[in-house]
Write a protein that binds this ligand. Sequence first.
Ligand code: GDD
Length: 324
Amino acid sequence: MTGTALVTGITGQDGTYLAELLLDKGYRVHGLAPVGGGGHVTDRTTLHYADLGDGSNLGTLLDQIAPDEVYHLAAQSHVRLSFDLPVYTADITGLGTLRLLEAIRLYQERSGRRVRFYQASSSEMFGKAVETPQTETTRFHPRSPYACAKVFAYWQTVNYREAYGMFASNGILFNHESPRRGESFVTRKITLAAARIKLGLQEKLRLGNLDARRDWGFAGDYVDAMWRMLQHSEADDFVIATGQTHSVREFLDEVFATLDLDWHDYVEIDEALFRPAEVDVLRGDSAKARRVLGWEPRVDFRELARLMTEHDLKLARAEAMAAG
Ligand code: GDD
């Protein structure tokens, strides 16, 4: 179905990829951005501002935009930061989702229209994972204020589906990265630093736990899964993952080797970057999404590391040129 889509968090990594995908499919795309928020947005999308900690203008915005599909990507999404800002994270990431769901429910009642809702749920909900790989039926054991807030939002989404018959689906996405990834997440932090080290712009790279293992995919592949979920005949919950797991150490190996460098010469361990509770290993089983939605990831771990490194090498070259 093509129509009007509203994407919250449109200035983030996933928001920009999703907006491009929807525009290519012929949607009218509206985005919600945080007040004062910047980022890369194409001029083919209409931007609105809302504060998910307040939510009072969400109803008015829904009346104005009249969306057929809402993709809720906005969140305080940094796990480490959520330990410093637990209440803020619960408010934006947890209650923010509830404010939006309730605004949509009331909008549907007022207008008599149906909205399809996508919730950006997270593999962080599995946390101290009780089984590997994780599927749609794996029990949650969140290990951070962020993950707790995501579990709350997950169940609110399920409850709006069951209680009010809303078309509301959870995509349980494992880590997904790209050249547009925020610079404080570990993959991008590594590719940016490695490229700058290669060009003599930086000497050291400070990191936390190198033993953590994640199931890393490419964000461009993952936004396609979001769209597929809302085109499906019924609302449901889906794990989106590559099925492969790698350590931070292996990501370092891959990136520095591409640049003919040995990361042991540059990486320093900083205790402050460890988390009070860590998620040691995540690996997802996306068999259901593959079977029901016909989705599959296209970019593997090596290719992901390569494309991010090449992108950041170009950035570093531009920086070096500008510095003379
Ligand atoms: N950010 C960061 N910075 N992480 C580091 C560092 C560092 O310097 N050093 C080691 N790590 C480790 C973290 O301890 C964690 O185990 C792993 O690298 C990945 O960290 P992040 O890239 O920050 O991602 P995340 O796994 O905590 O969370 C991301 O993925 C989730 C999906 O599973 C975020 O995008 C979440 O919003 C998302 O829900």
